[in-house]
Ligand binder design. Sequence first.
Ligand code: UFG
Length: 329
Amino acid sequence: MNVLIAGGAGYIGSHCVRQVAAAGHRPVVIDNLVFGHREAVAPDVPFYEANLGDEAAVGKILVDEKIDIVMHFAAYIFVGESVQEPMKYYFNNVVSTLQLLRTMHSKGVKKFVFSSTAATYGIPEKMPITEDSPTNPINPYGRTKLDVEHALHAFARAYGLSAAVFRYFNASGASEDGAIGEDHSPETHLIPLAIGAATGQRPPLKLFGGDYPTPDGTCLRDYIHVDDLSRAHIAAFDKLAEPGKVFTWNLGTGTPVSVLEIIRAVEKVTGKKVPYTIAPRREGDPPALYADSTKAQRELGWKIKYHDIESLVASAWNWHSKHPNGYGK
Ligand code: UFG
């Protein structure tokens, strides 16, 4: 199948591009390179530098490349910034996505894969989180993702769109060969910050909150390897043959891992100490967030390869040691 990957030069998108090709499909990338890295996409993959909201440009790509499925990873992801600058998030994450969907509708492309987030659940009442848990985002980032999910349900009913919605937990790690990996600017994610602290390239880690009601007092999260995550997306392609349906799947391992456990894994894998100080809690951080992803495993035949946190951190370290300055910008 011909697969248009919006945001294919970003962290998760670029890993998905490679998995789409590995599964025998033909990836085509559109990315405006605001956050993406051109180097993250192999030179033989068709690449369009354009905005999703550019309906003429996107429409032409859909037709010229005979696109069957659109996968959408091109969103802003900084929770704190979404509180400060919600306008930016609503326009980029909601308006541009609606423009993309309108273009797809006008060109008769009816299959859509959407990257959503565990942030749609807000502060969940029970753990692990199943897909039918109430959605109640506590920041504009999570809200924009949920707004798009609601639009997908309406478009499925009205226009026969079929969509796969994936709610990610903590996407982490890097490709097994160390060729591509995580390079955000600014970086806010725990694993790259802890690795940077260990190597001395970044300041000592600030551990946000050591007094949570968890076994070691630090937050519990569900770290899912980016290639495991990508493979689930491709496994969903067959489901999209049925018109007018929206599927929702959590993507996590189901294993809660604390911040201190991540620090210990980074120390073991790198052989270096992670200097850190205990800082105040970060606003909006729930004590624990981990997935029940049995639905994705059952319905997609999806298998998690990176169950153990050390192997996941080792893949991040492999990328980092080969690319100490990320993609070099
Ligand atoms: N943490 C620190 N110090 C840091 C960075 C993070 O202690 O410098 C802690 C956080 O408090 C949290 C854990 O490490 O307990 C993981 O934090 P990340 O920022 O790596 O990830 P989050 O769980 O906050 O965010 C992830 C995704 C978001 C998504 C959110 C909710 O990256 O896009 O899950 O689903 F919105």
